[in-house]
Design a protein around this ligand. Structure first.
Ligand code: NAD
Length: 504
């Protein structure tokens, strides 16, 4: 809740039915910079069920007209959205670094991903291909068309505060749905920035609504209400399970993108320098706070020691600090509780008997005193069954394991509950293809780390990472539309499929 607030700090409203307004609860919460908690980024609405119901009702009403706007016209607005975001990329990136910590180059990438996705999906306004197929009967026409579903609940995490909301909101809109968007409480400013652009681009009132606040209070009605037809959620597996269960009684379409424990496999013929570059970026980029972060590295025993030596030396040299500082390579954890999780897993790793090869400590002296900083940390001699090798930590901690063959590496790689992203470093095309076939993940890389997805291919994972849907690419259209198969009989008589079989 807000206490004493400097006059220069802005209080932001919810966006409901085309208006920015305070929550019915009369309560607000603070958003502080994780690199320096003295820095108050803004005050946001601590919303309640009444706000969500008002937003859902606005979305339900707006749907009746928005679904009838031709898709190419909806898309014209989205092209404008992409251009407007591009014009403010630098400001949005700075706001994002300030509210969630990742370094400026990466927040620029986050905003760029929203631009790319919006241009890509706007293009779908003139495609959205269905099928036209021959009919088995004379003088009959058969085709399928995509139909919107109605009101969509969009629930997002804090680690990609503009990219992930855009992956959901933009395809939902181009398909003709309306949305109620609940951003993570750690990143409401980036959500406000995105919604203001949608407003400025002329998206009609009620089509996009945003309600900020807690998972429980705001998230629950978004997953249980009869008015909602689709829930698109990205976040932890724990909350994803709650969302799935909450939505089940009303048979909503539920799209879940959840946790990961991603792996880089390094074979004995790999370009080791390239592999070290990949492991640094995959493991410590975004402070390890990516769903696709490479928190496990499996290395062939023949190159294990050489790899570890180079990897540890490079990790030690990474500059940790405020993401707005040009020199910084690794920003803070997003919150105190996220940092506590990192610290607790370092402790778990030590107790499990893994070797702490570097890092392992919270950083809190000098300019880092007011933030949630932690050293880049590498464990070696990790056994695949240890908790640090099995559970998502979501911080700058990498577990290195040894293998004797590709088969063993694949078994270790697949031996976790998650299935988002995997990578192999090898010069052997045959082994690369075997790994590509046998890794049970939604994303796979050869000679590149586990992060780096592009917006025009499907994104998502297997096992406890996802529930069979994908976002991005044309796959996103499958989440936000339903197929309608249409038959047009112009024979002027009753024709019975499967019964009136024509003999030649
Ligand atoms: P989280 O699960 O704590 O929260 C995600 C969102 O769900 C937030 O907006 C939160 O307020 C909301 N929420 C919480 N309780 C809810 C409830 N009961 N009902 C409805 N909504 C509720 O996750 P987080 O800490 O914000 O993000 C980190 C997690 O997200 C990690 O596990 C990471 O792997 C995952 N993630 C996955 C992907 C992917 O595409 N697979 C991408 C990014 C992040």
């Amino acid at each position: 809740m807000a206490t004493s607030t400097p006059a220069s700090v802005t209080t932001y409203g919810n966006f409901i039915d085309g208006q920015w307004k305070p929550s019915a609860s009369g309560q607000t919460f603070e958003n502080r910079n994780p690199a320096n908690t003295d820095d108050l980024v803004g005050i946001f609405q601590h919303s309640n069920r009444a706000d969500v119901e008002a937003a859902l009702d606005a979305a339900r009403r707006a749907y009746e007209t928005w679904r009838l706007v031709p898709a190419p016209v909806r898309a014209e607005m989205l092209f404008k959205v992409a251009q407007l975001i591009a014009g403010r990329k630098e400001q949005f990136a700075r706001d994002m670094t300030r509210e969630m910590g990742k370094v400026l180059n990466e927040t620029r990438g986050d905003v760029q991903e929203a631009i790319d996705m919006t241009f890509y999906m706007a293009g779908e306004g003139r495609r959205m291909f269905g099928q036209t197929v021959p009919s088995e009967l004379r003088n009959k026409f058969a085709m399928s068309v995509r139909q919107p579903l109605g009101v969509c609940s969009i629930i997002t995490p804090w680690n990609f505060p503009m990219a992930i909301p855009s992956w959901k909101i933009v395809p939902a809109l181009v398909c003709g749905n309306t949305v109620v968007f609940k951003p993570a409480s750690q990143t409401p400013l980036s959500a406000v920035n995105l919604v203001k652009i949608l407003e400025e681009a002329g998206i009609p009132r009620g089509v996009v609504n945003m309600v900020t606040g807690d998972g429980d209070e705001v998230g629950t009605p978004l997953t249980t209400s009869e008015m909602v037809r689709v829930v698109s959620f990205t976040g932890s597996t724990k909350v994803g399970r709650i969302v799935n269960q909450a939505a089940a009684p009303t048979f909503k379409k539920v799209h879940l993108e959840m946790g990961g424990k991603n792996v880089i496999m390094i074979m004995e013929d790999a370009d080791l320098e390239l592999a070290v570059d990949g492991c640094l970026w995959g493991g410590f980029g975004t402070t390890g706070q990516r769903c696709t972060a490479a928190s496990r590295v499996v290395v062939h025993e023949k190159v294990h020691d050489a790899f570890v030596e180079a990897f540890v030396a490079r990790a030690r040299s990474l500059v940790v600090g405020d993401g707005l500082d040009q020199q910084t390579q690794v920003g803070p954890s997003n919150s105190e509780s996220q940092l506590r999780t990192v610290v607790s897993y370092v402790d778990i790793g030590k107790k499990e008997g893994a070797t702490l090869a570097c890092g392992g400590n919270r950083l809190s002296s000098g300019p880092l005193a007011k933030g949630f900083f932690h050293e880049p940390t590498i464990f070696t001699n990790v056994h695949p069954t240890m908790r640090i090798a099995q559970e998502e930590i979501f911080g700058p901690v990498v577990s290195v394991m040894k293998c004797r063959s590709l088969d063993e590496a694949v078994a270790i790689a697949n031996g976790v509950e998650y299935g988002l992203s995997a990578a192999i470093y090898t010069q052997d095309i045959n082994r690369a293809f075997v790994a590509m076939r046998d890794l049970y993940t939604g994303i796979f890389y050869i000679n590149a780390p586990t992060i780096g997805a592009e917006v025009h291919l499907p994104f998502g994972g297997t096992k406890n990472t996802g529930n069979g849907h994908r976002e991005a690419g044309v796959a996103a259209l499958d989440v936000f539309s339903e197929w309608k198969s249409c038959y047009i009989d112009f024979s002027g008589k009753l024709q019975r499929a499967q019964i009136d079989v024509e003999q030649i």
